[in-house]
Write a protein that binds this ligand. Structure first.
Ligand SMILES: Nc1ncnc2c1ncn2[C@@H]1O[C@H](COP(=O)(O)OP(=O)(O)O)[C@@H](O)[C@H]1O
Ligand SMILES: [Mg+2]
Length: 143
């Protein structure tokens, strides 16, 4: 699945819609360069799960948990992790196999060795026009 976003708002709305259809327990890996739209996507996704709390990229927090409806959101930013071992040390494993929410992981390539087999991969890419992003989804099953 391929989506061309023309604005920050487009990305936000795309993510919000996706959040309403995605299965609880899903692990979603967000991949792409700095400024490609991963955190914007996470914010829109939170909106789709009726989360009003601010979702961002806190400097010292790697795992953030938000209570949502119909399910929770676990937002993980692996940017400051070295590798899979770092992730396991901070208790990340529980968010790879749970049934209370959806886990979104930014910079998931750092922990690719331990991602579940059914992980959904979303690739973000800046296109030549300033506010245009390509968002490509792999591994999303039709329900
Ligand atoms: N189509 C778009 N989708 C998402 N962000 C966009 C888009 N166009 C411009 N932007 C800007 O790009 C930046 C994306 O930042 P962010 O979502 O934090 O990226 P990342 O988490 O991948 O580093 C924001 O400043 C946002 O305003
Ligand atoms: Mg980010």
């Amino acid at each position: 699945m391929n989506f061309i976003s023309k604005s920050e708002r487009d990305t936000f709305r795309f993510a919000s819609n996706l959040a309403q259809s995605i299965k609880v327990g899903s692990v979603v890996a967000l991949l792409g360069n700095l400024g490609s739209g991963k955190t914007t996507f996470a914010k829109g996704f939170a909106m789709g799960l009726n989360i009003t709390e601010h979702v961002g990229s806190p400097t010292f927090k790697i795992i953030s948990e938000y209570v949502g409806n119909p399910h929770n959101l676990y937002h993980i930013d692996s940017y400051r992790l070295e590798d899979e071992n770092d992730f396991l040390k901070i208790g990340g494993e529980e968010f790879l196999n749970q049934k209370r929410g959806v886990t979104l992981i930014e910079w998931a390539s750092l922990i690719k060795g331990i991602l579940p087999k059914d992980t959904i991969f979303i690739y973000f890419k800046r296109l030549s026009e300033k506010s245009t992003r390509q968002i490509r989804i792999e591994g999303l099953e039709d329900e």
